[in-house]
Design a protein around this ligand. Sequence first.
Ligand code: HPA
Length: 246
Amino acid sequence: MSRLGIIGGSGLAKLENLKITKREMVQTPFGEPSGPLVTGMLGGHQVTFLSRHGYGHTIPPHKINYRANIWAFKELEISNIVAAAAVGGIRQDMAPGKLSVPDQIIDYTYRREGSYFDGGDSGVEHIDFTYPYSNRLRQLLISAAANADIDIADTGVYGVTEGPRLETAAEINKFERDGCTMVGMTAMPEAALARELAIDYVTCAFVVNWAAGRSETIIDMKEIEKYIQIGTKQLRELLIATLPLL
Ligand code: HPA
């Protein structure tokens, strides 16, 4: 199997303990990815890492060049990606600090370039997206979490919003009625683009706040920062436990 690709989200602009061997700025037909793809060794295994928001966290979710990012991994012949994502918790069991591998997505985004198949020379194609995540990679993460004694929710429905603003309480109520258990801004079109390029893709989400209207107080950025640190640390441990299983 090819080396693992890792997409870092908020709080994961670089992978600590990654012994870097190569940095590549990959050019794609869709422009430049968010930054260089950094290859190195993590816990004795080769991985390639990309920071979704750029290395100084300068690219907001609605401005990310998702097509260039996923294309760049394909260009480097990477066929498995674990994507990190900080999310808000909607359902009762999705409290801040919780880690999860969602199995479904509801897409509420509306102004993103979401496909490689744009008609004309690039053709018209409709991928199957019944199960948006690679079940094989999901099961690997779930097993690795069990081996490493890391608490993880093994299902979840990720509602993806356009952002960059957070939601209203009524929007979160609607998302919950729709079936969402968590809310974030980056799973789409990333997951669909990976499917279009036949890359196995999984999200590892960590909850950094209660979604709007789900706690007594309004959303506090300091609290989010705190849970980003906790989530990032857990995620790194989970990745290290996963790599030997690949
Ligand atoms: N809403 C949307 N995206 C998010 C949130 C949220 O509450 N927390 C982290 N990313």
